[in-house]
Design a protein around this ligand. Structure first.
Ligand code: AMP
Ligand code: ZN
Length: 146
């Protein structure tokens, strides 16, 4: 199966490359939500955030964080969204893990989805559901020794 981000990383397909090293590339999104919308993409193919090794995750998110810093502190974007989509219900359309860095400007027209008020019942259900799995968080942190 062809993967557009693998093709870009192999230079088989053109892209506007903003930054590149042996592991990561940062390109301009072809359909930007706002002016300056970037994608931070590991060159290695992993389908989504859950499939990606911890070291690769760290490098990807650190580079995304650096661009968030550049946008706010150097390019005067008053806001930025840093997100990844995983799975089609979350809107993932390219199944090669990547992080969006989206500078935000007042009145840029990008709207958030609907929300509901958190009930006590919902809060305790989710708290107890997730508390069973906090060892996974510790195992991720162990891999980077922090
Ligand atoms: P998603 O999978 O929803 O996180 O988003 C995939 C993103 O990749 C979308 O924002 C697309 O506009 C973008 N995209 C798809 N093909 C290309 C391409 N050839 N060059 C740059 N961006 C792309
Ligand atoms: Zn790929």
């Amino acid at each position: 199966m062809t993967c557009v981000f693998c093709e870009i990383s192999r230079k088989e397909k053109p892209a506007h490359i903003i930054y590149e090293d042996k592991d990561i590339m940062v390109i301009l999104d072809i359909n930007p939500i706002s002016k300056g919308h970037l994608l931070v993409i590991p060159k290695e193919h992993h389908e989504a955030i859950q499939d990606t090794p911890v070291k690769t995750l760290v490098k990807t998110w650190v580079i995304a964080s650096a661009f968030a810093k550049i946008y706010r502190d150097k390019l005067k974007a008053p806001g930025v969204n840093v997100i990844t989509n995983s799975g089609s219900p979350a809107g993932q359309v390219v199944f090669h893990f990547h992080v969006h860095v989206i500078p935000r400007w007042e009145q840029d027209g990008f709207k958030k989805g609907g929300r509901h008020v958190l009930s006590e019942e919902e809060a305790s259900e989710i708290t107890s559901m997730l508390s069973d799995y906090l060892d996974i968080v510790k195992s991720y942190l162990n891999e980077i020794s922090i």
